[in-house]
Unconditional design. Structure first.
Lengths: 650, 322
């Protein structure tokens, strides 16, 4: 062994490594780290093992289903490398025990995560603890590995990540054009309305001209009377949502001027007069619970193959049958169910409902297998890409440990070779000076301060956009908001100071306790807060766990475009490339990555290079989607996925 | 489409990958038979990947007895001397692989690959030679080519932090979807013999240096009667001599192949596990493509070098001369 190899080996053996995620990438990574000679590995994962993991998470067996991924992975690797130390944590990485001090003990952090939220959280902790991060992600045959070292390379959040797709409300409620719209309707509106929290807002009923008065009536449609026959009830729901609601929508002529008119569908036209005779099975079933997850309508209807396409009648039968089964077998859960892709009955119901709606709107129907993928946002995954990516992570981790900063690379795994390359290394970018996370650059928030509540700000911006876990919002010296079960002293002091004002606003003469005042402030308009937030206000938003603080400059704006800005507020500041905002914006652009000269290293040039490269990656992605699927079948959920590709290393 | 439906159990297990390559491709995979010889780190990775993917059967050939060295980069062998003493690498790996996916038939075939008759290979759809000698690779490739059915042939080799894959799919037809249309494509692959005898002069200069360097090492091991990886720094003068001869014979300058690269290849005899994972992953992906007939295959060499981080395809065939 030469001295270089010896150096490498001692760097590896002396390293203390944190792995976040013991799933697809995690299993491969833990194996490769152990084989490469790493001696001290800590691994966090909150998940337990499922059957659909077994095709690629090779450290797990069928007998492990239901157990902690982190723990089983540890035990499996110790079998072929018994003398190394592996500590497993069956926990959420966002838990408070994994604070900055916890992160500081490691020489490098390696991410094998499956969601944007956790990735951002870990990025912030790594920045705060000044520990290098190697980040990764895969989707199908595509994958990438990036290196983030504070002050040297860009952080994970220096570029905005494509947000999960959202759809305008009226596309979902009234004018679906793609199957995914029907899925969202079936899952987020109908399923939620029937089986979820009754108190939640729900846009299920179309707002039709002549239906305005019937809001009280329609509320009652979804309520099942104690003694109401389940079959009757199912048909009533069916007729209401697929028949009456469509009819009501059709009356709104304006809507259909340039659109294909949907067809109302009533149960009597599709289903035989009485189902109860045919499906006596249901009535005979006792209502005592067997295992919830195994309740299924398909076998009762003689349907076996989840990849088969059902016609309107089959979908209608599944709809009624699944609905009945919920009431017959899972009554206790009704009122607090949320859609879960691993809940067979829920998947059956949503598939059937989405297909009936699709039929009504002339949209091609889909199999349960496909519908499940869309509804569950299932990221398709194979073992090979994960193995390759894990190998690349270890190679970068070793460079980080040797502090070989010149050699750091981000690597993209491509499905279609680009300039002969299947694995394409790219030099990391420098930190983005406009990044609010690692460069603390202020953000700008356009918002209607008179119509938006503090709650909207917290939910739509601080939590959803800024990805904060335990946020705190200050306006000058006054505390507007802090998350947590117990309000701490500062909070109390501030509330006391504002309490008088709150009381008068509330026009209540009884003493408000703190929790009530907290709730009260939460639902208050920004401009009417004890410390009013108006045009020009500067807010400080902090997360004490992530040790991240950022400033938001508030700009009052009256109007927002309901279609394009459905949130009613716009956050900007660190966004560099508007081209990636819209899904359609960059895909039509076919210019391939032309070499951009490296002479000027200005930000503008850098972002130009980035955009050129993005198009290339985007093309690759588009092609992949075309090869593998229908155009709207896959929602590439994985946020890190090749949305960017950069200057190639020569 | 072709043959039986996937079972409910298969659909549940393979759910995530069926979403990548479709049910038809999965069906073809479950019917494919793969022969693998030379089970070191990269091949171990490859075997894990295809067993997980759910091929029909995997037949392992490696009669070497397990020793300390075979443990390196191999996660299929538990490091318990009492458990592995007297067993061959293939036997131990077979036990571990079976465990990964009970739906795949994993078995061991004893004996020397190079002495097998042509008929022997007929049972397989894919043959993978890991760390084989030049003679073995040539001979087995020729036998596969003689069969009336097409047997996909691959070789793989990793040295230091570099890896090489060779692919021969003979005359290969596949479909790819361009936008909305399905396009029929055809590729003609040269045999291993043809691919390693392509004159160097017309090969574009930007071609991976590893292609040439690996040919030098191959000839060195063949001439000296060495086993794979049986070399050290002491052999450098002989290796450089062979390089000089080959460059002269091909009328290219000696700078074509950096000495430092050759030095790495003969001294880096311990496998580097991350590179095994990468090269074994690419190889499995290619085998899955060839079996399922889906997607554009790699033609006909692949190189990875952890030092520059590139994973490159090189098409080396006689097309340069024509």
């Amino acid at each position: 062994m030469d001295t270089q190899q010896q150096q490498q080996q001692s760097a590896i053996q002396g390293a203390k490594v944190l792995m976040v995620g013991a799933g697809g990438i995690g299993c491969e990574l833990l194996k490769t780290l152990a084989l490469s000679g790493f001696q001290d590995i800590h691994i966090i994962d909150m998940d337990t093992i499922e059957v659909s993991n077994l095709n690629r998470q090779f450290l797990f067996r069928r007998s492990h289903v239901g157990q902690s991924k982190a723990k089983v992975a540890r035990d499996a690797v110790l079998r072929f490398r018994p003398r190394i130390n592996i500590s497993s944590y069956h926990a959420n990485v966002k838990n408070p025990e994994f604070d900055v001090d916890f992160f500081k003990q490691f020489d490098v952090v390696l991410n094998g995560l499956d969601n944007l939220d956790a990735r951002r959280h870990v990025n912030r902790l790594c920045l705060a603890a000044d520990v290098p991060l190697v980040e990764s992600g895969t989707t199908g045959f595509l994958g990438q590995v990036t290196v983030h070292v504070k002050g040297k390379t860009e952080c994970y959040e220096c570029q905005t990540k494509p947000a999960p797709k959202t759809y305008p409300v009226c596309t979902i409620t009234s004018t679906p054009t793609k199957f995914v719209h029907c899925i969202v309707w079936a899952k987020d509106l109908l399923f939620a309305k029937l089986f979820g929290d009754k108190n939640q807002d729900n846009d299920l009923n179309v707002r039709a001209n002549n239906a305005a008065s019937s809001s009280k009536e329609t509320e009652d449609v979804f309520e099942r009377a104690e003694d109401e026959d389940i079959d009757q009830y199912g048909r009533k729901i069916y007729d209401h949502v697929f028949g009456y609601n469509i009819e009501a929508a059709l009356s709104n002529e304006e809507t259909w001027k340039n659109r294909r008119r949907p067809r109302p569908i009533y149960s009597k036209d599709v289903l035989p007069e009485s189902l109860t005779q045919q499906n006596g099975s249901i009535q005979n079933c006792s209502t005592t619970d067997d295992d919830d997850s195994t309740v299924s309508a398909m076998p009762l209807l003689g349907l076996k193959n989840p990849q088969e396409l059902w016609g309107l009648t089959q979908n209608s039968l599944v709809f009624i049958e699944a609905l009945k089964l919920f009431f017959a077998k899972r009554k206790k859960e009704i009122g607090h169910l949320t859609f879960d892709k691993d809940d067979q009955l829920a998947v059956e119901f949503v598939t059937a409902a989405a297909n009936i709606r699709a039929e009504s709107f002339g949209i091609p129907l889909h199999s349960l297998f496909e519908a499940k993928g869309i509804a569950g946002n299932i990221v398709h995954a194979v073992a090979t890409t994960n193995a390759i990516v894990a190998g690349l992570i270890v190679i970068e981790a070793i460079k980080v440990l040797k502090k070989d900063a010149d050699k750091y690379r981000m690597t993209y795994c491509l499905e279609h070779p680009s300039r002969k390359m299947l694995l394409m290394p790219v030099e990391p970018f420098e930190p983005n000076p406009a990044c609010y996370v690692c460069s603390k650059t202020p953000l700008v928030l356009e918002i209607n301060t008179q119509k938006s509540k503090l709650q909207d700000l917290v939910d739509k911006i601080v939590t959803a956009k800024l990805g904060m876990n335990l946020p705190l919002i200050m306006h000058g010296a006054s505390l507007l908001y802090e998350v947590g079960d117990d309000l701490d002293d500062i909070m109390v002091a501030n509330y006391n100071a504002n309490l008088e004002k709150v009381r008068s606003l509330c026009s209540s003469d009884t003493g408000l306790d703190l929790a009530v005042s907290h709730m009260f402030v939460f639902s208050q308009f920004l401009s009417e807060l004890p410390s009013p937030v108006t045009n020009g206000s500067i807010l400080t938003v902090e997360d004490l766990q992530q040790e991240l603080s950022c400033k938001i400059n508030v700009k009052h704006r009256e109007e927002f475009d309901e279609e394009k800005e459905p949130e009613g507020m716009v956050l900007s500041g660190w966004t560099q490339s508007p081209a990636t905002n819209g899904e359609s914006a960059s895909t039509s652009n076919n210019e391939n990555a032309v070499d951009v000269t490296e002479s000027s290293s200005g930000l503008e040039n850098a972002s130009k290079k980035r955009r050129l490269a993005e198009n290339q990656a985007e093309n690759d992605k588009k092609e992949t989607e075309n090869v593998e699927s229908d155009d709207d079948l896959m929602e590439i959920e994985n946020p890190v996925m090749v949305s960017k590709k950069k200057k190639r290393v020569e | 489409m072709d043959g039986e439906e996937l079972t409910a159990q298969e659909t549940a297990l393979y759910d995530r990958q069926i979403r990548v390559w479709g049910a038809n491709a999965q069906r073809r995979l479950t019917k494919s038979h793969i022969l693998v010889s030379g089970i070191k780190g990269t091949v171990t990775e490859f075997c894990k990947n295809i067993v997980l993917a759910g091929v029909g059967s995997v037949t392992l050939m490696d009669d070497n007895l397990v020793n300390e060295e075979s443990l390196n980069a191999n996660f299929l062998i538990p490091p318990d001397e009492n458990a592995y003493r007297g067993k061959t690498v293939a036997e131990i790996c077979c036990d571990s692989l079976k465990d990964f996916n009970p739906m795949v038939l994993v078995s061991v075939e004893k004996g020397d690959l190079s002495t097998r008759s042509t008929e022997f290979f007929e049972k397989f759809d894919v043959v993978v030679i890991g760390y084989g000698s030049l003679a073995t690779k040539k001979a087995v490739n020729e036998k596969c080519r003689k069969l009336s059915k097409r047997v996909a042939f691959y070789t793989v080799d990793c040295r230091d932090s570099c890896g090489e894959i060779f692919v021969d799919l003979q005359d290969y037809k596949y479909t790819k979807k361009k936008l909305e249309e399905k396009v029929e494509c055809e590729l003609n692959f040269p045999s291993f013999q043809e691919a390693v005898s392509v004159p160097w002069k017309p090969i574009p200069r930007r071609t991976a240096k590893l292609y040439f360097a690996m040919r030098v090492i191959e000839v060195f091991e063949e001439n000296e009667g060495r086993k794979h990886g049986e070399c050290s720094l002491l052999d450098l003068p002989t290796v450089l001599e062979i390089k000089k001869k080959l460059c002269e014979a091909n009328s290219v300058s000696e700078s074509h192949i950096p000495d430092s690269l050759l030095e790495r290849l003969i001294t880096g005899t311990i496998e580097f596990p991350p590179v095994c994972a990468i090269v074994g992953g690419i190889l499995a992906q290619e085998v899955i493509k060839a079996v399922s007939g889906k997607g554009e295959p790699l033609k006909n060499f692949f190189y990875y070098d952890a030092q520059d981080g590139k994973g490159v395809m090189e098409d080396i065939s006689n097309s340069f001369t024509s």
